[in-house]
Design a protein around this ligand. Sequence first.
Ligand code: SF4
Ligand code: SF4
Length: 129
Amino acid sequence: MNTAVIQDMLQQHKKRMKLNLAACAGCSLCAESCFLFELHDHDPRYMPSFKVLNSLGKLYRTHGRSTQEQLQGMAEIVWRTCVLCGRCYCPFGIDIPNMIALARDILRAQGSAGVYPHSIGEPDDAQGE
Ligand code: SF4
Ligand code: SF4
């Protein structure tokens, strides 16, 4: 794990991503447009805002100093609970797929990548701390 690389990638997108994260009102409207949220009986782990706040949001909150275990937990979220279909709609213009894609890029650069189709199982628990 290379914290400096994570921090550099976070820094490159900091202004826009932090604005997006701060703008999220937690209204959950985006969840209605996520077919995986619907498919999984409204499991909150499939809410688009949950996915972003517990992956990219967590990377920013910890200033890129996440543990390998935390990175793996984020990988579970961004690969297993999202397919980057781009359907999620946010009335505030927050581009959720773009944020999840950045989280994937960062994790991939740390060797935490994974191809985890959501169809092969549920994400691990305890991702929302
Ligand atoms: S991303 Fe947008 S729609 Fe989703 S919870 Fe945040 S403000 Fe609401
Ligand atoms: S991009 Fe991800 S969060 Fe958005 S609707 Fe598709 S699967 Fe759901």
